[in-house]
Ligand binder design. Structure first.
Ligand SMILES: Nc1nc2c(c(=O)[nH]1)N[C@H]1C(S)=C(S)[C@@H](COP(=O)(O)OP(=O)(O)OC[C@H]3O[C@@H](n4cnc5c(=O)[nH]c(N)nc54)[C@H](O)[C@@H]3O)O[C@H]1N2
Ligand SMILES: Nc1nc2c(c(=O)[nH]1)N[C@H]1C(S)=C(S)[C@@H](COP(=O)(O)OP(=O)(O)OC[C@H]3O[C@@H](n4cnc5c(=O)[nH]c(N)nc54)[C@H](O)[C@@H]3O)O[C@H]1N2
Ligand SMILES: [Mo]
Length: 665
């Protein structure tokens, strides 16, 4: 971005011309920082909850840090450091974020979470099949002749991809969208397939079966690069058009069209989204989707490929293994990884030896965003002490005993990477933090010395408080990469060293067999799934008790927010004033619900009441509310979801969620 500052205030935010992935400008959220930084709702001082009340009063930094330190020392003495939970999620990212864990290690350890809310089933499916989570550079998409947006809605979640798709279409490419909802991304599609949610694995196996039966797979690519083709072939044979229709509710004619396109149009790029890998069967399903790219020889070529996550700029990770998750550990080590992010509430409550007594939350809003909000709330309320570091009074901040004001990304320098484009970027500090706001690096420094960490340890690991101190710390992290100096990065984005413009163009697939693994022994050894991809019914859909809840609850993203952020801003509220539930008119009529009526969405876990919006583009049998609304705004969708892991990667199976909808009384 180019950020214009006048009199210490952010005035204008524009695209940086050197970033080839995002040439057309900054999205609404980016632009809204002009307001966000100076929002009157921003928390500018430490706040302490008044005992026995929901109200907060300002406290000085000294008092706040003394109170935290006293609790930290007491819990460590009485119960050991693992009685403290350190929870972070997907707020602002950058190299500086590693400092939090540095602090907790010096404190003596802590308990932390494993798994991730976002993408691990797809990451793991891709790693098992292709060996690495990389894909072609974003701008290569203009070379595709067939683009399949499979469970991805870039018009809202990856707006910078849309101009690339448009260019490809202008040059004659064809577009297919596979999504139970008719999204804005499908406006120029020639085919929209709306499968029953959670059944994509069966659809992909069905397409594979057609290609194999028609003899139109890429035999040469398979012979050179594919492991397990014969057993895969046998497995795919079970996915006849009749079975696909029964499972996915996709008519054989549509299956035929999909197979036809994969056979006749090359190169093809499958752009897969994250939404569809949040079911209990998704890892196995995603493996089936990736198989299509291999069977048709669409890997390692311009315009072709499997696009899920492009981690080519993740060069700083201590381990390049993209599985952002650890198995639960019972052994040594200062950090105990025993709470599943997907089951946050249940696992927090269940932890024993030591029981959790305190939580520190930073860069996340777990109460509305993690599955099973009711359980998460219960677990937080059962603790003795809660610290939340945030910019605003989120649902999670409201539960805190002490809130520390957090910086915004324009207020401290950092180096960042991405998960779609391949750039490393220097995010320069452009304004001072307002009020009494302190960046986390500074909060940890001040706290470290109060919990007895020796001064020289602190100085060795944490940057000094000054901007120069931060830059020197960043330079040290960049030292292994001669092409990445702050001076160079100050001029603009730099492509990550080792970048492959066309992923896998060298024919190297870093799997155990060195080939694309349609059959994966590692998959079954690690995750106790079949070594071949395939379809099983999502857990909740099999559950007899869930049968009284006939609708699948979809909770996608919206272009107006990043998850639970931004909706408190005036400029966002103008376009997005309240949560709405989108229903097909058939489902609405059956329930005597009219457009604009207030409806109750519920199951045994919880409920929310929002306004209905009827839309023929929604698949019947589904209802959708975008995720991210706060409880205090009446739209917290995870009140109804269940804390449950995906079949691989320790992801969160939010979308295995059935509900009923009725007109609110
Ligand atoms: N039902 C359902 N639930 C979902 C999803 C879904 O599709 N359906 N999507 C899931 C996905 S993919 C994700 S990624 C998660 C996102 O959920 P979270 O990871 O919890 O992310 P956000 O909702 O963006 O909240 C981030 C918080 O960090 C704060 N913050 C931002 N920058 C900083 C900083 O520098 N320092 C500190 N201390 N705080 C900061 C923001 O103010 C905000 O309150 O939600 C998940 N939840
Ligand atoms: N504006 C904006 N952009 C964002 C975010 C944001 O909050 N706001 N969040 C960022 C993050 S952290 C993430 S993880 C990504 C997510 O990016 P996406 O994956 O594009 O987002 P989702 O809306 O979760 O899911 C995409 C589509 O999957 C569909 N879907 C759900 N279930 C199924 C299914 O079973 N099968 C099929 N075929 N489709 C299904 C949904 O209807 C939805 O339209 O977006 C990123 N970009
Ligand atoms: Mo995400």
């Amino acid at each position: 971005m180019k950020v214009e500052v006048q009199d210490g205030q952010v005035r204008r935010i524009e695209a940086h011309p050197d970033n080839r992935a995002a040439p057309e400008g900054v999205c609404l959220k980016g632009l809204s920082y002009v307001e966000r930084v100076v929002s009157p709702d921003r928390i500018l001082r430490p706040l302490r909850k008044l005992p026995g009340s929901d109200r907060f009063e300002p406290v000085s930094w000294d008092d706040a840090l003394e109170l935290i330190a006293a609790n930290l020392i007491r819990f460590r003495d009485e119960s050991g450091p693992r009685s403290v939970l350190y929870y972070t999620a997907s707020g602002t990212k950058g190299l500086m974020n590693s400092l939090g864990m540095e602090f907790w290690k010096l404190y003596g350890g802590c308990t932390t979470t494993y798994g991730d809310l976002c993408w691990p089933a797809g990451l793991e499916a891709t790693r098992l099949t292709l060996g690495a989570n990389i894909h072609n550079a974003p701008w290569d998409l203009v070379n595709a002749k067939l683009i399949v947006l499979w469970g991805k809605n870039p018009a809202e979640t990856n707006v910078h991809q849309m101009p690339l798709i448009d260019t490809a279409l202008d040059r004659g490419a064809r577009l297919v969208v596979i999504d139970p909802r008719r999204t804005q991304s499908s406006e120029r599609a020639e085919l929209l397939v709306q499968p029953r949610p959670g059944t994509d694995g069966a659809l992909a196996m069905g397409i594979a079966n057609q290609l194999i039966e028609n003899g139109t797979v890429d035999h040469e690519f398979i012979a050179r690069h594919v492991h397990g083709y014969q057993p895969f072939r046998t497995a795919a044979a079970a996915y006849t058009p009749e079975r696909v229709e029964a499972v996915c509710d996709v008519p054989p004619a549509y299956l035929g069209k999909l197979a036809d396109l994969f056979e006749s149009v090359r190169p093809a790029t499958i752009c897969a989204g994250f939404g569809m890998q949040r079911y209990t069967n998704s890892g196995q399903g995603m493996r089936a989707l990736i198989a299509l790219a291999a069977l048709t020889g669409n890997l390692g070529i311009p315009g072709g490929g499997w696009q899920f996550a492009n981690l080519q700029s993740h060069i700083f990770d201590p381990v390049r293994d993209p599985v952002a998750s650890f198995p639960p550990d019972e052994t040594g080590g200062p950090v105990r990884v025993s709470v599943s992010t997907a089951r946050l509430g249940r696992d927090m409550a269940a932890q024993a030896n030591p029981k959790l007594r305190m939580a520190w939350v930073e860069r996340g809003n777990p109460i509305p965003q993690n599955p099973e909000t009711g359980k998460v709330l219960e677990a937080f309320r059962a603790l003795e002490f809660r610290v939340v570091v945030d910019q605003f009074m989120t649902d999670t901040a409201r539960e805190a005993d002490l809130i520390l004001p957090a910086k915004m990304f324009l207020e401290q320098s950092d180096v960042i990477n991405a998960y779609w484009h391949p750039y490393i970027q220097f995010k320069q500090k452009v304004v001072d933090p307002p009020g009494e706001v302190k960046p986390e690096s500074e909060i940890y420094r001040l706290l470290a010395h109060r919990v007895g960490i020796p001064r020289d340890e602190i100085d060795r690991r944490f940057p000094g408080a000054s901007d120069g101190g931060v830059e020197a710390w960043l330079e040290e992290r960049l030292a292994p990469f001669p092409e990445l100096t702050l001076d160079r990065l100050r001029q603009g984005p730099v492509i990550a060293p080792g970048h492959q413009e066309i992923a896998f163009s060298d024919g190297v697939f870093p799997t155990p067999s060195g080939k694309v693994e349609l059959e994966s022994e590692e998959a079954s050894a690690r995750w106790e799934v079949e070594s071949l991809p395939g379809y099983t019914e999502p857990e909740e859909f099999q559950d007899p008790e869930a049968q009284q809840y006939p609708l699948t609850f979809m909770t996608p993203n919206t272009k107006n927010r990043i998850h639970s952020q931004f909706n408190n801003l005036k400029m966002i509220r103008e376009v997005s004033p309240e949560p709405v539930a989108v229903l097909h008119p058939l489902d609405a009529t059956e329930r005597k619900i009219g457009d604009g009526d207030r409806v109750r969405i519920y199951n045994t876990r919880g409920e929310l009441t929002v306004r209905a919006e009827l839309d023929r583009g929604m698949r019947p049998g589904c209802v959708s509310v975008t995720n991210g609304w706060w409880m205090s705004e009446g739209g917290a969708v995870n009140l109804t979801s269940r804390g449950r892991e995906t079949d691989m990667g320790h992801g969160a199976a939010f979308h295995d969620n059935r509900v009923q909808v009725e007109k609110a009384g």
